[in-house]
Design a protein around this ligand. Structure first.
Ligand SMILES: O=C(O)c1ccccc1N[C@@H]1O[C@H](COP(=O)(O)O)[C@@H](O)[C@H]1O
Length: 213
């Protein structure tokens, strides 16, 4: 089975190009002002213009309002919206109707119940993205380099497409794929030299590790 990779939090042409060259199926742009990876719609549009059509362009939002998500999606030619806040199934469905795009719902995971509860998004989201639950009081809901217990997803019977994120890097992604049998892995801080600064070498190593898994 092919495992697709998403390289998220891109903000520079050189590292975006490295992700595409290395075979990423998706590139991700973060639209959240508190994030060190935050980009404007204009920056994302410039980056998106470098990407061939077969590579998905995912915009990461945290509880966005209608105007933010609609205007940014159009400006950056997004193909999918990743919702990384407290969006309810109804809000996810409304954003899907508003944009007409694929909508990915990030699900914070600490326990098996977190995974079971995500079934509520069937019929609303197109994909569930399981990520580690951030500690209380964290500034960001994602992009923290934290992983959860992947064994919670072993044998998971999904009601919709799904993927794994949170604390992945070139050294551990093979194990994550082996344990979960996921078809999608998503990384941000694991391919950085420091928060918000992507590394071409780490992106290449990550994508090589995924292709060998
Ligand atoms: O990356 C961010 O700054 C970010 C901000 C707000 C919401 C989500 C964010 N990142 C997403 O978090 C996961 C896991 O990231 P990591 O690999 O553990 O650093 C990933 O989907 C990022 O897109």
């Amino acid at each position: 089975m092919t495992t697709h990779a998403k390289i998220c939090g891109l903000s520079e042409p050189a590292t975006l190009d490295a992700a595409v060259r290395g075979g990423a199926s998706y590139v991700g742009f973060v639209f959240f002002s508190k994030s060190p990876r935050n980009v404007t719609g204009e920056q994302a549009a410039m980056l998106a213009s470098r990407v061939a059509d077969h590579v998905g362009r995912v915009g990461v939002f945290v509880d966005p309002d209608d105007a933010q998500v609609k205007e940014t999606a159009a400006a950056a030619r997004l193909t999918a919206i990743q919702l990384h806040g407290d969006e309810s199934p109804a809000r996810v469905a409304a954003i899907k109707a508003l944009t007409g795009l694929d909508v990915w719902k990030a699900v914070p995971v600490r326990t098996a119940a977190d995974i079971a509860d995500a079934r509520a998004y069937a019929g609303a989201a197109d994909l569930l993205l399981f990520d580690a639950k951030p500690p209380k009081g964290a500034d960001l809901p994602g992009g923290l380099g934290l992983r959860f217990d992947w064994r919670l997803l072993s044998g998971y019977r999904a009601p919709l497409r799904w993927g794994v994120s949170g604390g992945l890097d070139a050294a551990n992604v093979r194990e994550a794929i082996g344990v979960t049998a996921t078809g999608l892995v998503d990384v941000s801080s694991g391919v950085e030299d420091r928060p918000g600064v992507k590394s071409m070498a780490k992106i290449e190593a990550f994508l090589k590790a995924v292709s060998k898994a």
